[in-house]
Design a protein around this ligand. Sequence first.
Ligand SMILES: *[C@@H]1O[C@H](CO)[C@@H](O)[C@H](O)[C@H]1NC(C)=O
Length: 172
Amino acid sequence: MEKWSLMTITVLLGLTVRWTVSLGSYSGAGKPPTYGDYEAQRHWQEVTYNLPIRQWYFNTSDNNLQYWGLDYPPLTAYHSFLCAYIAKLINPDWIALHTSRGYESQPHKLFMRTTVFVADLLIYIPAVILYCFSLKETSTKKKVSSALCILLYPGLILIDHGHFQYPCSAVK
Ligand SMILES: *[C@@H]1O[C@H](CO)[C@@H](O)[C@H](O)[C@H]1NC(C)=O
């Protein structure tokens, strides 16, 4: 039981730090013409939602690859597609083909930050917990402190929740 309560505190701490960092600005905010990775990710939602799959990776009149062309593998593209579906339900302007370019607003930032947070919560954090619990011949204290070090590693938190990226994009 102690093992789980310590791990829960670790995860809550990791989540709090993530959300606190995400309240800050992201790289490229308000900087036309290309903005930053935030816009790249938003643009991929626009492209994957509005164009047929066979056009995602090709330069067409609707898909200028010189402007944040989709250059990550298909798993990322499907993730963008999924986020785009949710974005469309909240505000179709966020992913409107062509006209959404460079879209920025407080509600949109909240949406984008939440998608990163949820991806961390559903994929990265469970993976870290499983990894730490599967460490052999290690005390609970060591397992929990390993999880604490991994989940509070500043590099990933700053890149994903500050600069703006999706968790484990380095792995992808
Ligand atoms: C790609 O398409 C855009 C229009 O969407 C066009 O302006 C650009 O010249 C094209 N680039 C190449 C390399 O064909």
